[in-house]
Design a protein around this ligand. Structure first.
Ligand code: G6P
Ligand code: ZN
Length: 565
């Protein structure tokens, strides 16, 4: 053990634009590779760990999704953490931790926080994205008070503190001691799998999958992101599924050249195989493992429906089965399918702005158990991040449970049918216009803002002769956090019609190039016989209204969205 180590104050100059967004600082790898760029941001993050300054004496979890530049970033964090008198770093083996696994470790080990190295679902590799995100002691993304503190520090730095330490061997589990500074390399998967065992009836799912192997097949797509090894452990080792039930399971620094975002566009390989091989249950997760998609050969489950299904069947999940569901929540653009479940079950329902961090306070206050976002995020208060594998296991647990109750194999489509018959359906779609130049995107938002200002559309019937929608409300969503009273303004333009249909527009907070306009459409259908149309068909008149009201095509030159989900 080294009795001490040298710490140098390295002279640096400020980089502009190190403002953490919804989910940390996300930039091109080449930006992070600039001299001192990554070091500056790490130093600023450590400075912001406590309000009165500094990370001295703290224990932090560190890990990332395996993308290019991960190892270099971890080694920098080790040296700067030591230079800042951090007591202990707990690092996933090979620097790997899925975002949900990191959130769990922070909570389980009662760490003061964690540094997550991920750009989530953005492509990886030398020409793509990297990211650094700070999570606080509840395991959730840092609130704005902390990210603002980080940003303020990035603007004022003159030096960062670098300890003269050798690179740490990240490949083996074990402890490295450098004077008073400890680096512990932990298995990336064990604690997470242990958590899943506490939440779900793994043996029920295993028995179901074994007994119904001829009528119920599973295919998981790791998209070469971080979840492959977690999924292999759970699906193959724990649930006894064949090796072939997990595809793209090897974590690669460039995610195999793909775009590791589980949706119908980017997970097309899975979608094609599920359809071709008539797979009963297909699922995918994103680069860092917090998003999920669920499909079958005959159905695509929208994320808005997915969270509603999990909530409707929560009593079938061990973690919730004694009436422990405390409340439900969704982000504002997410469809209101979940609201109908809350209503039926007499549960409190919360509508928060886009961003998982907004669920954290409600969970910490014991008022929220299950929540979801249309952006393929689903989760519960077991951790403070959304959790892709959790959602997939929740579905499998529900399916296994109902199949056992009924003595027959219940598939995804059966569950959806029954849900729509019982609750009706919220048709939902999202159109993304990616990499629009910022000036044009702002013009679209200005047009909408003008409509809000004038309120002239209120009371008007928009649409075509066969489908008219009367505007009931037109505003920009503001949110007051019920726990700490903090206010978040301008979280998305809403046009609400008198039949409760909604058009929502907002600019993405996660892109790294240009602007992304998101258009969300939600329309309720209460007549069960009309619940099985293609969403694009059912929503066409409203989409038309949205495009007309916003002048999107004229202002951006985009005839079509980049991605439809
Ligand atoms: C991240 C957050 C999600 C959020 C999403 C929104 O994935 O973790 O909670 O829903 O960003 O992204 P957007 O690009 O729509 O701002
Ligand atoms: Zn993610």
């Amino acid at each position: 053990m080294a009795s001490s180590f040298d710490v140098r104050a390295v002279q640096t100059t400020v980089y502009d634009g190190q403002k953490p967004g919804t989910s940390g600082l996300r930039k091109r790898v080449k930006v992070f590779q600039q001299e001192h760029y990554t070091e500056n941001f790490i130093q600023a993050t450590l400075d912001a760990v406590s309000p009165d300054g500094g990370a001295q004496g703290t224990t932090l979890v560190v890990g990332g999704d395996g993308r290019y530049f991960l190892q270099e970033a971890v080694q920098k964090i080790v040296k700067i953490a030591a230079g800042n008198k951090v007591t202990k770093l707990i690092i996933g083996q090979h620097g790997i931790l899925s975002t949900p696994a990191a959130s769990n470790l922070i909570r389980k080990l009662k760490a003061d926080g964690g540094i997550l190295l991920t750009a989530s679902h953005n492509p990886g590799g030398p020409d793509n994205d990297f990211g650094i995100k700070y999570n606080v002691s509840n395991g959730g993304p840092a609130p704005e008070s902390v990210t603002n503190r980080i940003y303020e520090r990035t603007k004022a730095l003159t030096t960062y503190r670098l300890a003269d330490l050798p690179d740490v061997d990240l490949s083996a589990v074990g402890t490295h001691q450098f004077a008073n500074f400890t680096v512990e390399i932990v298995d990336s998967i064990d604690e997470y799998v242990a958590l899943m065992h506490r939440l779900f009836d793994i043996s029920l799912i295993r028995n179901f999958l074994r007994a119904r192997k001829d009528s119920f097949s599973v295919l998981f797509d790791g998209m070469h992101g971080v979840t492959g090894p977690y999924a292999h452990r759970i699906f193959v080792k724990e649930l006894g599924l064949p090796e072939t039930s997990v595809m793209n399971a090897q974590t690669l620094p460039d995610f195999g050249g793909g775009h590791p975002d589980p949706n119908l566009t980017y997970a097309h390989e899975l979608v094609e195989r599920v359809r071709r091989d008539s797979v009963s249950f297909g699922a995918a997760s994103d680069g860092d493992g917090d998003r999920n998609m669920i499909i079958s050969h005959d159905w695509f489950v929208t994320p808005s429906d997915s969270v509603a299904i999990i909530a409707a069947h929560a009593h079938r999940l061990p973690y919730f089965n004694q009436g422990q569901v405390k409340g439900l929540a969704r982000s504002m653009p997410t469809s209101a399918a979940l609201d109908r479940v809350a209503d039926r079950q007499g549960l409190e329902m919360y509508e928060v702005p886009t961003g998982w961090k907004f669920f954290g306070n409600l969970m910490d206050a014991g008022q929220l158990s299950i929540c979801g976002e249309e952006s393929f995020g689903t989760g519960s208060d077991h951790i403070r991040e959304k959790d892709g594998l959790w959602a997939i296991l929740a579905w499998l647990n529900v399916i296994a449970h109902i199949s056992e109750e009924r003595g027959t194999t219940v598939g995804i489509r059966d569950l959806m049918d029954q849900h729509y018959q019982s609750y009706g359906r919220n048709y939902f779609t999202r159109y993304d216009y990616e990499e629009v130049d910022s000036a044009s995107a702002n013009k679209v938002m200005d047009v909408l803002q003008d409509h809000i200002q004038s309120q002239k559309l209120v009371g008007q019937a928009l649409g075509c002769d066969t489908a008219k929608f009367t505007v009931a409300q037109l505003d920009n969503f503001d949110y007051t956090d019920p726990i700490d009273g903090s206010v978040s303004r301008n979280q998305g333009v809403r046009i609400v019609f008198d039949d409760s249909s909604r058009i929502v527009f907002r600019l993405s907070g996660t892109g790294s190039q240009g602007a992304t306009i998101r258009l969300y459409i939600d329309k309720y259908e209460g007549d069960a016989s009309a619940c099985f149309l293609d969403a694009q068909v059912a929503l066409k008149p409203l989409i038309q209204v949205a495009l007309e009201v916003s002048q999107l095509t004229a202002l951006t030159g985009r005839e079509k969205p980049t991605v439809i989900t």
